[in-house]
Ligand binder design. Structure first.
Ligand code: COA
Ligand code: AMP
Length: 635
């Protein structure tokens, strides 16, 4: 029997010789033409993984399993408490649906390199659409259903999709969200016009098909099945937009080959999965977690994946997750800590657990935001299994730091996502770009090259890619997270260094919200802060100063501001609190002191900045926060 390699040895191997490490990992996937080298870094930081390899992502997700005799195994379980429906798709069935839908798209002119925007709820057709694009070598761009028309329009104009795949509605517990008005609104705002839209008409809402370019799903789904188009490893598989520091989202571009190798490797080594087992990521296909761990990684490894359309509580109760885990025999489950806080709030003693048989459930993974030690402890006690916090980003596509359950379980330190995953050389830097000693806080960066699977660039924006991630610390990728690494090599992620906040595991830009507030005709200036929230981790709070001469009631202005953010960014922004203030605290050079205000709102101790223009104003701000229910006493 071969010796099992320790985390330490494997990690060192991945850092000392990434070429050898990843070329070996690449042998675990199917290539039409196998790569002879792992990394071409001649044009760094625009690295090319497996540059002479040719593959197809959909082939690796479906066809290979059918070819190897696993056609009857469950590939996708659709479980939708909000519609009261469930359906299991075998690998064979999914391959048939995808190859026909891809055939239908091809017949309408979609080919390799074309972009296809997917704006869909958590229904099987969304997965079929993604895989059909991959089959053709077309580039999908999935947009989360909780974004409003304006956000959708920005993405349409940037990606310039030839087609849109969508549905008549999404369902938020008991509320039907009509998609047609949202999409029509977006198309009115955008300058680019897709050639056609394909609609799934759900029972809960009809579609107006009066435009010729609006097609029924069935019209496309009945196409002639097509085979997988070989693509270069470095060709783009998808664009996924994520919040940047302004209202303009960043289009993260993922390649085919690097993504395939890294994701399959991660499911085995980080999550400890083996083919045939059931993996469930309770997220949404609109987020990176949904791309990587609802759709791609479980299918690459030949696992069964679950597409769950519902919430952790209220569908029907706080036992919703336990029911799914027990009914479908889930081995490893991944969600955001906020979901567990929601369950804990509804069912503090986890009484619903007793009704279910969870014997197959062996590990819970949490990510998307910092897992607070209280939530980890509650989950560990309730479930009696390892609860693993792990850290990553849309940009990386797979975990940067984790307790790699498929390699060796390390001791858990609650509040830390454990150690760097093989492939990632994580460092902490000070302002001058020098590495700090262990325990010292600084900017967290990753030494280049990034491992395969991480972003290739930003869509049509190589310059933005360099500027956002590579410029501040030459030779490193800037994560925009801050924290420290302790003497045992454990990474501690404490905050962001930019204006991104994390609301219920959803990444949002306060800068983007400020742009929306500033556009209100009565607003002179504003600040949006992420303040602590017991359920969602953080929520946005807006403060606005009105233009001179505006004498309308503050309440009605605040209501308009809240509606404005909901209409322009979407309900997912969870922007529900704002106040009018006479002025905002600033430095003498005019910079708004957002950090100081955040400390006041969260009840943290802080020093009055030496550069503040007028310290008295902090008292006024504290009063405003108190009236809004914030500014708790320091703990
Ligand atoms: N389409 C339309 N609206 C959506 C939506 C979608 N796909 N997703 C969320 N929304 C709406 C919600 O209905 C809510 O609207 P409301 O203001 O009218 O109540 C708003 O956007 C905010 O959504 P959310 O922050 O998710 O709050 P919630 O109260 O609906 O649910 C949790 C809170 C914690 C239960 C839920 O966020 C959750 O399960 N999160 C964990 C899993 C996860 O998604 N993680 C993401 C990355 S891993
Ligand atoms: P997203 O791109 O939406 O996945 O968000 C990525 C950001 O979420 C990271 O840069 C962190 O700020 C935060 N994040 C994700 N996972 C964790 C974690 N386990 N601990 C702390 N922060 C996290």
């Amino acid at each position: 029997m071969s010796k099992i390699e320790s985390y330490e040895d494997l990690y060192q191997r991945s850092i000392e010789n990434p070429q050898k490490f990843w070329l070996q990992a690449s042998q675990d996937v199917h290539w039409f033409q196998s790569p002879s080298v792992a990394l071409d870094a001649r044009d760094a930081p625009f690295n090319r993984w497996f540059p002479d390899g040719s593959t197809n992502t959909c082939y690796n997700a479906l066809d290979i399993h059918v070819a190897e005799g696993r056609g009857d195994q469950a590939a996708l379980v659709y479980d939708s408490p909000v519609t009261g429906s469930k359906r299991i798709f075998s690998y064979g069935e999914l391959q048939d649906l995808v190859s026909r839908f891809a055939g239908g798209l091809k017949a309408r002119g979609i080919q390799k390199g074309d972009r296809v925007l997917i704006y869909m709820p958590m229904i099987p057709e969304a997965v079929v659409g993604m895989l059909a694009c991959a089959r053709l070598g077309a580039v999908h761009s999935v947009v989360f259903g909780g974004f409003a028309s304006n956000e959708l329009a920005t993405r349409i104009d940037d990606a310039k999709p030839k087609a849109v795949l969508t549905a008549s509605c999404g369902i938020e517990t008991d509320r039907v969200i009509l998609y047609q008005p949202l999409l029509v609104g977006a198309l009115e705002m955008s300058s680019h016009s897709p050639e056609f839209c394909v609609w799934v008409e759900r029972e809960q809402a009809a579609v107006d098909f009066s435009e010729e370019s609006d097609l029924h799903w069935a019209e496309v789904a009945g196409g002639e099945p097509v085979n997988c188009t070989p693509v270069a490893s470095t060709d783009p598989l998808y664009i996924l937009y994520t919040s940047g520091t302004t209202g303009i989202p960043k289009g993260v571009v993922r390649d085919n080959g690097g993504h395939l190798v890294a994701l399959k490797w991660s499911l085995r080594n980080v999550y400890g999965m083996t083919p045939g087992e059931v993996f469930w990521a309770a997220s949404d296909i609109g987020w990176v977690v949904g791309h990587s761990y609802i759709v791609y990684a479980p299918l690459f490894l030949g696992c069964t994946t679950i597409l769950y359309e519902g919430k952790p509580v209220g569908t029907p109760d706080a036992g919703a997750f336990w029911r799914v885990i027990s009914e479908h025999g889930v081995s490893v489950f991944f969600t955001a800590p906020t979901a567990f806080r929601a369950i804990k709030r509804e069912d503090p003693s986890a009484s619903h657990l007793a009704k279910y048989n969870l014997t197959k459930f062996r590990t819970l993974f949490l990510a998307g935001e910092r897992a607070d030690p209280d939530t980890i402890e509650w989950a560990e006690e309730a479930l009696s299994i390892p609860v693993i916090d792990h850290w990553w980003q849309t940009e990386t596509g797979w975990p940067i730091a984790a307790n790699c359950m498929g390699i060796e379980k390390l001791a858990v330190k609650r509040g830390s996502p454990t150690r760097a995953v093989p492939g990632y050389k994580v460092v902490v830097l000070d302002d001058s770009g020098s590495q700090v000693s262990s325990g010292q806080t600084g900017a967290i960066a990753i030494s280049l090259p990034l491992p395969p699977g991480c972003l290739k660039t930003l869509w049509n924006n190589d310059e933005g890619f360099q500027k956002s991630y590579m410029q501040r610390y030459p030779g490193f990728y800037e994560t925009a997270d801050a924290g420290h690494i302790d003497e045992d090599g454990y990474i501690w992620i404490m905050s962001r260094t930019d204006d991104i906040i994390n609301v219920a595991g959803h990444r949002l830009s306060t800068g983007g919200m400020e742009e929306v507030l500033s556009g209100h005709p009565d607003v002179a200036e504003c600040a949006v802060l992420g303040v602590g929230d017991a359920l969602k981790g953080q929520v946005p709070l807006g403060l606005v100063v009105l233009k001179a001469g505006v004498n309308r009631a503050n309440d009605s202005i605040v209501r308009e501001l809240i509606k404005r953010v909901r209409d322009r960014i979407g309900p997912v922004a969870a922007f529900k609190t704002a106040a009018v203030v006479k002025r905002l605290p600033k430095t003498r050079s005019g910079k708004i002191l957002r950090g100081t205000m955040r400390s006041i709102a969260d009840g943290h101790e802080f020093k009055i900045p030496a550069t503040i223009d007028d310290p008295e104003i902090l008292g006024e701000i504290r009063e405003v926060f108190k009236n809004l229910g914030y500014a708790k006493s320091p703990k």
